[in-house]
Write a protein that binds this ligand. Structure first.
Ligand SMILES: *Cc1c(COP(=O)(O)O)cnc(C)c1O
Length: 396
Protein backbone atom coordinates (compact mmCIF):
# COMPACT_ATOMS: atom_id res chain seq x y z
CA UNK A 1 0.00 0.00 0.00
CA UNK A 2 2.42 2.64 1.17
CA UNK A 3 5.01 1.11 -1.17
CA UNK A 4 2.78 1.72 -4.21
CA UNK A 5 2.39 5.35 -3.27
CA UNK A 6 6.10 5.74 -2.62
CA UNK A 7 7.04 4.12 -5.92
CA UNK A 8 4.73 6.47 -7.77
CA UNK A 9 6.31 9.45 -6.05
CA UNK A 10 9.79 8.21 -6.84
CA UNK A 11 8.90 7.69 -10.49
CA UNK A 12 7.47 11.19 -10.62
CA UNK A 13 10.70 12.62 -9.19
CA UNK A 14 12.63 10.85 -11.92
CA UNK A 15 10.40 12.20 -14.67
CA UNK A 16 10.82 15.73 -13.34
CA UNK A 17 14.65 15.43 -13.41
CA UNK A 18 14.53 16.03 -9.65
CA UNK A 19 15.76 12.66 -8.48
CA UNK A 20 18.62 12.93 -5.99
CA UNK A 21 21.45 10.50 -5.82
CA UNK A 22 24.42 10.41 -3.51
CA UNK A 23 27.98 10.20 -4.67
CA UNK A 24 30.29 8.06 -2.56
CA UNK A 25 33.50 9.89 -1.71
CA UNK A 26 36.52 7.71 -1.04
CA UNK A 27 38.64 10.59 0.26
CA UNK A 28 38.56 13.52 2.68
CA UNK A 29 36.98 16.85 1.74
CA UNK A 30 39.39 18.99 -0.24
CA UNK A 31 39.88 20.57 -3.66
CA UNK A 32 40.30 17.06 -5.08
CA UNK A 33 38.14 14.12 -4.09
CA UNK A 34 37.97 10.52 -5.25
CA UNK A 35 34.62 9.32 -6.62
CA UNK A 36 34.25 5.92 -8.30
CA UNK A 37 38.01 5.57 -8.39
CA UNK A 38 38.39 8.87 -10.24
CA UNK A 39 39.89 12.10 -8.96
CA UNK A 40 37.57 15.08 -9.40
CA UNK A 41 38.10 18.78 -8.83
CA UNK A 42 35.47 19.67 -6.21
CA UNK A 43 33.41 22.87 -6.41
CA UNK A 44 30.37 22.15 -4.27
CA UNK A 45 31.59 21.68 -0.72
CA UNK A 46 30.80 24.14 2.08
CA UNK A 47 34.29 23.70 3.49
CA UNK A 48 34.97 27.31 2.46
CA UNK A 49 38.27 27.69 4.27
CA UNK A 50 39.62 24.23 3.50
CA UNK A 51 39.78 23.30 7.19
CA UNK A 52 37.80 20.04 7.17
CA UNK A 53 40.96 18.02 6.64
CA UNK A 54 43.45 20.32 8.39
CA UNK A 55 46.18 18.52 10.42
CA UNK A 56 45.62 20.73 13.47
CA UNK A 57 41.94 19.82 13.59
CA UNK A 58 42.72 16.15 13.12
CA UNK A 59 45.32 16.31 15.86
CA UNK A 60 42.98 18.05 18.30
CA UNK A 61 40.30 15.47 17.63
CA UNK A 62 42.70 12.56 18.15
CA UNK A 63 44.05 13.97 21.39
CA UNK A 64 40.59 14.70 22.75
CA UNK A 65 39.43 11.20 21.82
CA UNK A 66 42.30 9.82 23.90
CA UNK A 67 41.24 11.89 26.89
CA UNK A 68 37.45 12.07 26.56
CA UNK A 69 36.64 8.97 24.52
CA UNK A 70 34.24 8.88 21.61
CA UNK A 71 30.62 9.01 22.75
CA UNK A 72 28.93 12.06 24.25
CA UNK A 73 27.19 9.63 26.60
CA UNK A 74 24.07 11.62 27.39
CA UNK A 75 22.34 14.90 26.68
CA UNK A 76 23.96 18.11 27.95
CA UNK A 77 21.38 18.42 30.71
CA UNK A 78 21.87 14.91 32.05
CA UNK A 79 25.61 14.23 32.15
CA UNK A 80 26.94 14.81 28.63
CA UNK A 81 28.19 18.40 28.99
CA UNK A 82 31.97 18.04 29.03
CA UNK A 83 34.71 20.51 29.77
CA UNK A 84 35.51 20.71 26.04
CA UNK A 85 31.91 21.59 25.13
CA UNK A 86 31.92 24.24 27.83
CA UNK A 87 35.20 25.74 26.70
CA UNK A 88 33.95 25.84 23.11
CA UNK A 89 30.81 27.71 24.18
CA UNK A 90 32.94 30.29 25.99
CA UNK A 91 35.16 30.66 22.95
CA UNK A 92 32.20 31.07 20.58
CA UNK A 93 30.79 33.82 22.81
CA UNK A 94 34.16 35.55 22.67
CA UNK A 95 34.55 35.22 18.88
CA UNK A 96 31.03 36.52 18.19
CA UNK A 97 31.17 39.25 20.84
CA UNK A 98 28.14 37.92 22.68
CA UNK A 99 27.51 37.28 26.39
CA UNK A 100 27.06 33.56 25.90
CA UNK A 101 26.77 30.80 23.31
CA UNK A 102 25.06 27.42 23.35
CA UNK A 103 26.19 24.41 21.34
CA UNK A 104 23.72 22.40 19.29
CA UNK A 105 24.44 19.11 17.54
CA UNK A 106 23.43 20.45 14.11
CA UNK A 107 22.32 23.70 12.53
CA UNK A 108 18.98 22.18 11.64
CA UNK A 109 18.36 21.44 15.31
CA UNK A 110 19.61 24.85 16.43
CA UNK A 111 17.06 26.55 14.19
CA UNK A 112 14.17 24.28 15.16
CA UNK A 113 15.07 24.55 18.83
CA UNK A 114 15.56 28.29 18.95
CA UNK A 115 12.48 29.37 17.04
CA UNK A 116 10.13 26.95 18.82
CA UNK A 117 11.55 27.87 22.24
CA UNK A 118 10.96 31.57 21.71
CA UNK A 119 7.61 31.84 19.96
CA UNK A 120 4.39 29.89 19.69
CA UNK A 121 0.68 30.24 19.12
CA UNK A 122 -0.42 33.86 19.13
CA UNK A 123 3.02 35.12 18.08
CA UNK A 124 4.31 36.24 14.67
CA UNK A 125 7.25 35.12 12.61
CA UNK A 126 8.41 36.85 9.43
CA UNK A 127 10.94 35.04 7.26
CA UNK A 128 12.69 35.84 4.02
CA UNK A 129 11.22 33.64 1.27
CA UNK A 130 14.66 32.23 0.47
CA UNK A 131 15.49 31.18 4.02
CA UNK A 132 17.01 27.75 4.59
CA UNK A 133 14.58 24.83 4.90
CA UNK A 134 15.38 24.42 8.61
CA UNK A 135 14.18 27.95 9.33
CA UNK A 136 11.02 27.49 7.31
CA UNK A 137 10.35 24.19 9.11
CA UNK A 138 11.02 25.90 12.44
CA UNK A 139 8.51 28.62 11.65
CA UNK A 140 5.84 26.09 10.74
CA UNK A 141 6.55 23.93 13.78
CA UNK A 142 6.37 26.90 16.18
CA UNK A 143 2.65 27.35 15.63
CA UNK A 144 3.13 31.13 15.33
CA UNK A 145 1.50 33.11 12.49
CA UNK A 146 4.00 32.63 9.69
CA UNK A 147 4.65 35.10 6.87
CA UNK A 148 7.32 35.01 4.18
CA UNK A 149 8.41 38.36 2.80
CA UNK A 150 9.91 38.98 -0.65
CA UNK A 151 13.59 38.22 -0.82
CA UNK A 152 15.58 40.89 1.01
CA UNK A 153 12.76 43.38 0.30
CA UNK A 154 12.66 45.82 3.20
CA UNK A 155 9.58 47.67 1.91
CA UNK A 156 7.61 44.42 1.79
CA UNK A 157 8.79 43.49 5.28
CA UNK A 158 7.88 46.93 6.66
CA UNK A 159 4.37 46.74 5.18
CA UNK A 160 3.88 43.39 6.85
CA UNK A 161 5.22 44.65 10.19
CA UNK A 162 2.87 47.65 10.03
CA UNK A 163 -0.17 45.46 9.62
CA UNK A 164 0.58 43.08 12.50
CA UNK A 165 -1.78 43.20 15.48
CA UNK A 166 -0.24 44.53 18.71
CA UNK A 167 -0.69 41.23 20.53
CA UNK A 168 2.01 38.59 20.44
CA UNK A 169 5.78 38.48 20.12
CA UNK A 170 7.41 39.26 16.76
CA UNK A 171 10.40 37.42 15.34
CA UNK A 172 12.17 38.34 12.08
CA UNK A 173 14.40 35.54 10.78
CA UNK A 174 16.84 35.57 7.86
CA UNK A 175 19.77 33.69 6.43
CA UNK A 176 22.73 36.08 6.76
CA UNK A 177 24.17 34.60 3.55
CA UNK A 178 21.49 32.95 1.43
CA UNK A 179 22.59 29.38 0.98
CA UNK A 180 21.53 28.78 -2.62
CA UNK A 181 22.11 32.34 -3.90
CA UNK A 182 25.19 33.58 -2.07
CA UNK A 183 23.90 37.11 -1.52
CA UNK A 184 23.96 38.76 1.90
CA UNK A 185 20.91 39.94 3.87
CA UNK A 186 20.58 43.69 4.56
CA UNK A 187 21.18 43.12 8.25
CA UNK A 188 21.64 46.80 9.13
CA UNK A 189 18.22 47.68 7.72
CA UNK A 190 16.65 44.55 9.16
CA UNK A 191 17.95 45.48 12.58
CA UNK A 192 16.55 49.01 12.29
CA UNK A 193 13.14 47.67 11.22
CA UNK A 194 13.13 45.20 14.08
CA UNK A 195 13.78 48.00 16.56
CA UNK A 196 11.20 50.30 14.99
CA UNK A 197 8.45 47.66 15.08
CA UNK A 198 9.33 46.05 18.39
CA UNK A 199 10.42 42.78 16.80
CA UNK A 200 13.40 40.54 17.57
CA UNK A 201 15.93 39.77 14.83
CA UNK A 202 17.51 36.35 14.33
CA UNK A 203 20.19 35.66 11.71
CA UNK A 204 21.40 32.24 10.55
CA UNK A 205 25.08 32.70 9.74
CA UNK A 206 25.72 29.16 8.47
CA UNK A 207 27.60 30.47 5.43
CA UNK A 208 29.12 33.57 7.00
CA UNK A 209 30.63 32.42 10.28
CA UNK A 210 34.37 31.97 9.83
CA UNK A 211 34.30 33.62 6.41
CA UNK A 212 32.77 37.10 6.79
CA UNK A 213 34.22 39.95 8.82
CA UNK A 214 37.80 41.04 9.42
CA UNK A 215 38.52 38.17 11.83
CA UNK A 216 35.96 35.67 10.50
CA UNK A 217 33.48 36.55 13.26
CA UNK A 218 30.71 36.41 10.67
CA UNK A 219 27.80 38.65 9.76
CA UNK A 220 27.73 40.43 13.13
CA UNK A 221 31.30 41.53 12.63
CA UNK A 222 30.80 42.43 8.95
CA UNK A 223 27.86 44.72 9.74
CA UNK A 224 29.13 45.86 13.12
CA UNK A 225 26.00 44.53 14.81
CA UNK A 226 26.37 43.72 18.50
CA UNK A 227 24.06 41.77 20.69
CA UNK A 228 21.67 44.74 21.04
CA UNK A 229 21.16 45.09 17.28
CA UNK A 230 21.26 41.39 16.43
CA UNK A 231 20.08 39.59 19.55
CA UNK A 232 19.88 36.03 18.15
CA UNK A 233 22.91 34.90 16.18
CA UNK A 234 23.00 31.32 14.98
CA UNK A 235 26.05 29.84 13.28
CA UNK A 236 27.12 26.42 12.09
CA UNK A 237 30.44 24.69 12.57
CA UNK A 238 30.31 22.18 9.70
CA UNK A 239 30.89 24.66 6.87
CA UNK A 240 33.55 27.39 7.03
CA UNK A 241 34.76 26.08 10.38
CA UNK A 242 35.38 22.64 8.87
CA UNK A 243 34.08 20.69 11.87
CA UNK A 244 30.54 19.78 12.91
CA UNK A 245 27.69 21.20 14.95
CA UNK A 246 26.16 24.61 15.48
CA UNK A 247 25.60 27.30 18.10
CA UNK A 248 23.33 30.13 19.10
CA UNK A 249 24.89 33.22 20.67
CA UNK A 250 23.25 36.06 22.56
CA UNK A 251 22.28 37.29 26.00
CA UNK A 252 22.33 35.26 29.18
CA UNK A 253 18.51 35.35 29.21
CA UNK A 254 18.36 33.97 25.68
CA UNK A 255 20.79 31.14 26.38
CA UNK A 256 19.15 30.17 29.68
CA UNK A 257 15.77 30.12 27.91
CA UNK A 258 17.13 27.80 25.22
CA UNK A 259 18.61 25.47 27.84
CA UNK A 260 15.19 25.28 29.53
CA UNK A 261 12.88 25.21 26.51
CA UNK A 262 14.63 24.20 23.26
CA UNK A 263 13.53 20.61 22.79
CA UNK A 264 16.10 19.70 20.08
CA UNK A 265 18.73 20.84 22.61
CA UNK A 266 17.30 19.00 25.60
CA UNK A 267 16.34 15.69 24.07
CA UNK A 268 19.44 14.73 22.16
CA UNK A 269 22.87 13.32 22.96
CA UNK A 270 25.71 15.81 23.22
CA UNK A 271 28.07 15.79 20.25
CA UNK A 272 31.31 13.85 20.84
CA UNK A 273 33.68 16.03 22.92
CA UNK A 274 36.44 15.33 20.38
CA UNK A 275 34.36 17.11 17.73
CA UNK A 276 34.16 20.15 19.99
CA UNK A 277 37.94 19.96 20.46
CA UNK A 278 38.46 19.99 16.68
CA UNK A 279 36.19 23.04 16.49
CA UNK A 280 38.28 24.82 19.12
CA UNK A 281 41.39 24.13 17.02
CA UNK A 282 39.65 25.60 14.00
CA UNK A 283 38.70 28.76 15.92
CA UNK A 284 42.37 29.15 16.86
CA UNK A 285 43.34 29.04 13.18
CA UNK A 286 40.57 31.49 12.39
CA UNK A 287 41.94 34.14 14.68
CA UNK A 288 45.63 33.57 13.95
CA UNK A 289 45.62 32.99 10.18
CA UNK A 290 43.66 35.44 8.05
CA UNK A 291 45.28 34.43 4.73
CA UNK A 292 42.51 31.92 3.97
CA UNK A 293 39.87 34.64 3.86
CA UNK A 294 42.16 36.87 1.76
CA UNK A 295 42.92 34.06 -0.69
CA UNK A 296 39.23 33.14 -0.95
CA UNK A 297 38.41 36.75 -1.79
CA UNK A 298 41.03 36.70 -4.56
CA UNK A 299 39.63 33.45 -5.97
CA UNK A 300 36.09 34.86 -5.99
CA UNK A 301 37.30 37.92 -7.92
CA UNK A 302 39.26 35.75 -10.37
CA UNK A 303 36.25 33.50 -10.95
CA UNK A 304 33.80 36.35 -11.47
CA UNK A 305 36.10 38.12 -13.90
CA UNK A 306 36.69 34.93 -15.89
CA UNK A 307 32.99 34.08 -15.91
CA UNK A 308 32.12 37.58 -17.14
CA UNK A 309 34.58 37.19 -20.02
CA UNK A 310 32.82 33.93 -20.95
CA UNK A 311 29.35 35.51 -20.60
CA UNK A 312 28.35 32.90 -18.05
CA UNK A 313 25.07 33.61 -16.25
CA UNK A 314 26.46 33.94 -12.72
CA UNK A 315 24.12 35.22 -10.05
CA UNK A 316 25.05 38.38 -8.17
CA UNK A 317 27.13 37.32 -5.21
CA UNK A 318 30.45 38.21 -3.69
CA UNK A 319 30.63 35.29 -1.29
CA UNK A 320 32.13 31.83 -1.81
CA UNK A 321 28.73 30.71 -3.15
CA UNK A 322 28.78 31.51 -6.88
CA UNK A 323 25.68 29.97 -8.48
CA UNK A 324 25.33 29.71 -12.22
CA UNK A 325 21.67 30.12 -13.09
CA UNK A 326 20.40 27.59 -15.63
CA UNK A 327 16.61 27.52 -15.18
CA UNK A 328 15.48 24.16 -16.44
CA UNK A 329 16.22 21.19 -14.16
CA UNK A 330 17.12 18.72 -16.91
CA UNK A 331 19.53 21.22 -18.49
CA UNK A 332 21.10 21.80 -15.06
CA UNK A 333 21.54 18.05 -14.67
CA UNK A 334 23.04 17.78 -18.13
CA UNK A 335 25.60 20.51 -17.46
CA UNK A 336 26.49 18.96 -14.11
CA UNK A 337 27.05 15.58 -15.81
CA UNK A 338 29.15 17.12 -18.58
CA UNK A 339 31.28 18.87 -15.97
CA UNK A 340 31.79 15.57 -14.20
CA UNK A 341 32.96 14.04 -17.48
CA UNK A 342 35.48 16.92 -17.60
CA UNK A 343 36.65 15.99 -14.11
CA UNK A 344 34.84 18.77 -12.26
CA UNK A 345 32.24 18.06 -9.58
CA UNK A 346 29.43 20.63 -9.14
CA UNK A 347 25.98 19.44 -8.16
CA UNK A 348 22.80 20.72 -9.78
CA UNK A 349 20.37 22.35 -7.35
CA UNK A 350 16.77 21.80 -8.39
CA UNK A 351 13.24 22.20 -7.03
CA UNK A 352 12.05 21.93 -4.32
CA UNK A 353 15.33 23.31 -2.94
CA UNK A 354 14.94 26.28 -5.31
CA UNK A 355 11.86 27.59 -7.12
CA UNK A 356 10.70 26.02 -10.39
CA UNK A 357 12.62 27.54 -13.30
CA UNK A 358 15.49 28.52 -11.00
CA UNK A 359 17.62 25.38 -11.22
CA UNK A 360 21.28 26.15 -10.96
CA UNK A 361 24.79 24.87 -10.53
CA UNK A 362 25.75 25.89 -7.03
CA UNK A 363 29.46 26.49 -7.50
CA UNK A 364 31.35 27.01 -4.25
CA UNK A 365 34.93 28.11 -3.88
CA UNK A 366 37.33 27.27 -1.07
CA UNK A 367 40.52 28.79 0.25
CA UNK A 368 42.08 25.40 -0.50
CA UNK A 369 41.63 26.01 -4.25
CA UNK A 370 44.49 27.45 -6.29
CA UNK A 371 44.31 30.00 -9.11
CA UNK A 372 44.98 27.07 -11.47
CA UNK A 373 41.95 25.23 -10.06
CA UNK A 374 39.75 28.23 -10.89
CA UNK A 375 41.21 28.34 -14.41
CA UNK A 376 40.42 24.64 -14.78
CA UNK A 377 36.83 25.27 -13.65
CA UNK A 378 36.44 28.18 -16.09
CA UNK A 379 37.89 26.05 -18.89
CA UNK A 380 35.44 23.24 -18.21
CA UNK A 381 32.51 25.67 -18.01
CA UNK A 382 33.53 27.26 -21.32
CA UNK A 383 33.30 23.84 -22.96
CA UNK A 384 30.03 22.62 -21.43
CA UNK A 385 27.72 25.62 -20.86
CA UNK A 386 25.59 25.89 -24.00
CA UNK A 387 25.54 29.10 -26.01
CA UNK A 388 21.86 29.74 -25.28
CA UNK A 389 22.77 30.48 -21.64
CA UNK A 390 25.58 32.85 -22.52
CA UNK A 391 23.85 35.99 -23.77
CA UNK A 392 22.21 37.65 -20.79
CA UNK A 393 25.25 37.66 -18.57
CA UNK A 394 25.03 39.75 -15.44
CA UNK A 395 28.33 38.85 -13.90
CA UNK A 396 30.32 41.50 -11.98
C1 LIG B 1 23.60 24.04 6.32
C2 LIG B 1 22.62 25.03 6.88
C3 LIG B 1 21.94 24.76 8.06
C4 LIG B 1 22.02 23.43 8.73
O1 LIG B 1 23.20 23.27 9.42
P1 LIG B 1 23.71 21.78 9.72
O2 LIG B 1 24.70 21.95 10.80
O3 LIG B 1 24.27 21.26 8.45
O4 LIG B 1 22.50 21.02 10.16
C5 LIG B 1 21.14 25.75 8.58
N1 LIG B 1 20.99 26.94 7.95
C6 LIG B 1 21.61 27.21 6.79
C7 LIG B 1 21.41 28.53 6.15
C8 LIG B 1 22.43 26.26 6.22
O5 LIG B 1 23.01 26.51 5.04
Amino acid sequence: MINDVLQRRLAERHEQSRYRRRRVLASAQGPRVVVDGRELLLFCSNDYLGLANHPQLINAMQNAAQEFGVGGGASHLVCGHSLVHHRLEERLAEVTGRDRALLFSTGYMANLGTVTALIGKGDHILEDRLNHASLLDAGLLSGAKFQRFHHNDMADLERRLQSLPIEGKRLIVVDAVFSMDGDIASLGELSALATKYNATLMADDAHGFGVLGATGGGCGELFGLGQEQLPILMGTLGKGIGSFGAFVAGSDTLIESLIQFARPYIYTTAMPPAVAAATLASLDLLTTESWRRDHLRDLIAQFRLGAAQLNLPLMISNTAIQPLLVGDESLAMMISESLEAEGVLVSAIRPPTVAVGQSRLRITLSAAHSYQDIDALLGALSRVVPAELRSASQAL
